[in-house]
Design a protein around this ligand. Structure first.
Ligand SMILES: [Zn+2]
Length: 313
């Protein structure tokens, strides 16, 4: 195992080239540099697009590199607690119940749910507890898919890739994406695919670049995160795909999934949207205030220690 991890680290730093990447919102090719290196010191060049202000990694893995990264490196780099661990399971179930509580405070209970990137299926399991019968999801991790089938039964429709999903699940009354959008190379293309003939609600959670993620520090910047959303830029991306944000929640320290969590509910081509669009926020100033790259607690030194421990464990 140790040799496998050391080989994965070698691959991460020396065999997986980072290639230039245009702005995922407007296609712009230039931006002002905000953060050069991610938490593992990889040069992903997080920039604010000169043309539209969208914050994104302007260098990242190509398609094959991303495939190798997500299959052989990401699972242990992120370290997921064992699903059999009771405390982990309880935490995930409470998160799912909280999400449903927030959603049902805004909309009627749907009869069908499609989740993109469902992990171990806690959100779907809570939907089942609420009496929602039609459940469908995409989850690339095959062990998670097997776990869901074992716990929720074979009537749950699961696929490993969005391109394999037939039309019907995509017409569910609620489509959910929790901390998925920031990982996608082309989030606009995925949202446009979801928007095709869709008449339900879309619920999305992403990290809020303007939130208080000071306790995360440089950990907030990661090779696997390709987009860094503000409430305004998420609305802009959704609008370009044909969605209007009708409800928006930003979580802080006291309540919610975690500080700096941004949740929106959107509909396709809906009228209105009572959320004001502020001027382009000063993300550079916010990052300067919160990010202390050489802090022992939230900076590169802590990430280096963590990576070393993971590699040698
Ligand atoms: Zn742009």
């Amino acid at each position: 195992m140790k040799l496998q991890r050391l080989e994965a680290i070698r691959k991460l730093y020396f065999s997986l080239p980072l290639v230039p990447r245009d702005c995922p919102l407007c296609g712009g090719k230039s931006g002002s540099l905000l953060v050069r290196r991610d938490r593992y010191f990889l040069p992903i060049d997080v920039v604010e697009c000169t043309d539209c202000g969208f914050v994104h990694a302007s260098r990242n893995l190509d398609r094959e590199g991303a495939r190798q990264f997500y299959t052989s490196i990401y699972p242990w780099l992120i370290y997921r607690r064992p699903r059999a661990e009771a405390e982990y399971d309880l935490q995930k179930r409470e998160q799912a119940a909280f999400r449903w509580q927030r959603i049902l405070a805004r909309i009627d209970r749907p009869d069908s749910v499609f989740e993109l990137g469902c992990g171990d299926g806690h959100f779907l399991a809570e939907a089942r507890r609420l009496g929602i019968s039609q459940l469908a999801a995409v989850e690339p991790d095959s062990s998670s898919r097997a776990h869901i089938i074992a716990s929720l039964g074979p009537e749950t429709d699961l696929w490993g890739d969005l391109s394999d999903v037939p039309q019907k699940p995509l017409k569910s009354q609620l489509i959910a994406m929790f901390h998925v959008l920031e990982h996608l190379d082309d989030p606009l293309a995925v949202l446009r695919q979801l928007a095709t003939d869709f008449e339900g609600w879309l619920v999305i959670e992403v990290p809020d670049l303007l939130g208080d993620w000071s306790m995360l520090g440089i950990q907030n910047f990661h090779l696997s995160h390709r987009s860094y959303f503000t409430p305004a830029s998420l609305r802009a991306l959704l609008a370009k795909a044909g969605f209007t944000v009708l409800h928006e929640e930003r979580e802080g320290w006291e309540t919610g999934i975690y500080p700096g969590n941004l949740r929106v509910l959107a509909r396709r081509d809906a009228a209105g949207g009572d959320i004001a669009s502020p001027d382009r926020p000063n993300v550079a100033a916010h990052i300067d205030t919160i990010l202390h790259p050489w802090s022992l607690r939230t900076g590169y030194p802590r990430c280096a220690v963590r990576l070393t421990r993971l590699a040698l464990s």
